[in-house]
Write a protein that binds this ligand. Structure first.
Ligand SMILES: O=c1cc[nH]c(=O)[nH]1
Length: 212
């Protein structure tokens, strides 16, 4: 059975391993390891992110936790009943996800938040194992084009058949549904590429789909 999580010292991506070692020296209190998926084991919705932020998920060990992007993501999940409790930007807060699991396409923090193509490809074995593990999935939300592309490749779906677009919905050959959103990064929200309303529209539709 393929492993869902890379080993603590995963050597597959030399650049990311080097960055991890440097960060362990610079920030010894940080998590500084591949960040595992987090959420509800019986999730119907799988949200696919990009990669941990240096001082966010890489610090706390939980996807989107401590990242600016997590503020919008978790507030929106709460709004649609997909999360409850208090989000405190630390892995031991009281936040819980309901029917949702979050997994990053790349598990290790990349320099400048930009994983390379080979790094995305290397990490796909873990995304694939995680997607297989969450058998109750009926829908995905891809946060950004990179997440969309690696998700489709991992699922052996033809990328040309399902072009990325914010708000787009795709009925995959597996029968599962894919919802696309621009990534909820600080950059996208600060520049107005993604507004709260735009994000709520996508998550709201995904929530209605998995409940329906
Ligand atoms: O894609 C992202 C962005 C921030 N934090 C994550 O865990 N993933």
């Amino acid at each position: 059975m393929p492993e869902i999580n890379p080993p603590h010292d995963c050597p597959l991506c030399p650049r990311l391993a080097e960055f991890r070692h440097a960060n362990r020296a610079l920030y010894p209190d940080f998590f500084n390891a591949p960040v595992p998926p987090w959420g509800d084991e019986r999730a119907r919705l799988v949200i696919v992110g990009l990669a941990p932020g240096l001082k966010g998920a890489n610090k706390t060990g939980r996807p989107f936790t401590g990242d600016f992007a997590g503020d919008l993501l978790y507030a929106t999940l709460k709004k649609f009943g997909l999360a409850s409790g208090e989000f405190e930007a630390r892995a031991d807060d009281s936040l819980q996800l309901h029917n949702v699991v979050i997994v990053n396409g790349v598990r290790c923090v990349p320099p400048q938040n930009k994983p390379t193509g080979p790094e995305i490809a290397n990490c796909r074995r873990f995304l694939s194992a995680a997607l297989d593990h969450f058998e109750t999935t009926t829908a995905y939300v891809a946060l950004g084009r990179i997440a969309h592309d690696t998700l489709l490749t991992t699922l052996h779906e033809r990328r040309a058949s399902f072009p990325f677009g914010h708000g787009a919905e795709h009925h995959l050959t597996s029968g599962r549904h894919l919802f696309d959103s621009y990534h909820c990064s600080r950059y996208n929200t600060n520049t107005g590429v993604l507004t709260t309303e735009m994000f709520e529209d996508v998550i709201g539709r995904a929530a209605a789909f998995i409940k329906g």
